[in-house]
Design a protein. Structure first.
Length: 231
């Protein structure tokens, strides 16, 4: 199934099947967040904390078992993309370029990871982006990521167990992509990258295997585009 929304194309299917169909270097930049272990898709909730009202948690539907990609996936990804940003690089046994991007989640005493790391061939050094992302505690803006958004109504709704904020993708595109570049995401998930590409005018192909999350990310994008029309 393929859905088009202006410069955004969402593809429901197996990313490996799609990658094999694509010509060499058909995308300028792949920004991907592949699963590095199986588990979150089966436990039906993301995180928990004890409060005066007991345990609070965000619930998700069960998904099919996530396939952790191997060498064939990364070989194909690098074949079809001129450049890449690959989240979770520290979990994969693959030789990536030396550039690193560190997303500091500013999550204080949370039991979750303090940061996430991406490998990139766009540069050889390390870049840091602080943006709070800990349950209901989310960063205020791209430039005030260490400050918590005071109005919880402005928070992004969590619809995926490994969701990343739209602001993170917007920062990546603003900082590292060039105008006119074609973007690829092989594991669309919550669709945060689709919203960022929509707002910044980048052409995107987003691929998602799971039917539920494909529909959820599509709905999220449609609602976002409708809100832009209203305002």
């Amino acid at each position: 199934m393929i859905e088009n929304f202006g410069n955004i194309t969402l593809h429901h299917g197996d990313c490996m099947e799609k990658l094999r169909e694509l010509p060499d270097k058909s995308f300028d930049l792949a920004i991907v967040d592949p699963p590095y272990f199986s588990g979150p898709e089966r436990r039906e909730f993301y995180g928990q904390r004890i409060s005066t009202s007991g345990i609070r948690r965000v619930n998700y539907p069960k998904s099919e078992k996530w396939e952790v990609p191997g060498k064939e996936y990364f070989d194909e990804l690098l074949r079809v993309s001129r450049h890449y940003i690959i989240w979770g690089c520290n979990y994969f046994d693959y030789r990536f370029a030396p550039g690193r991007i560190v997303w500091d989640k500013c999550n204080g005493s949370s039991t979750f990871s303090d940061c996430e790391i991406a490998a990139t061939d766009l540069f050889d050094s390390v870049r840091l982006f602080p943006f709070m992302w800990n349950g209901m505690c989310q960063g205020k803006s791209m430039t005030e990521g260490r400050t918590m958004q005071g109005n919880k109504k402005l928070n992004e709704k969590r619809i995926h167990p490994t969701q990343k904020p739209v602001t993170l993708y917007a920062w990546l595109l603003n900082r590292f992509a060039q105008k006119g570049w074609k973007i690829l995401d092989t594991h669309l998930g919550s669709g945060s990258i689709a919203i960022a590409c929509n707002d910044l005018g980048y052409q995107l192909l987003g691929i998602e295997l799971d039917q539920h999350y494909f529909e959820a990310s599509k709905k999220r994008l449609m609602q976002h585009r409708q809100q832009l029309k209203l305002f």
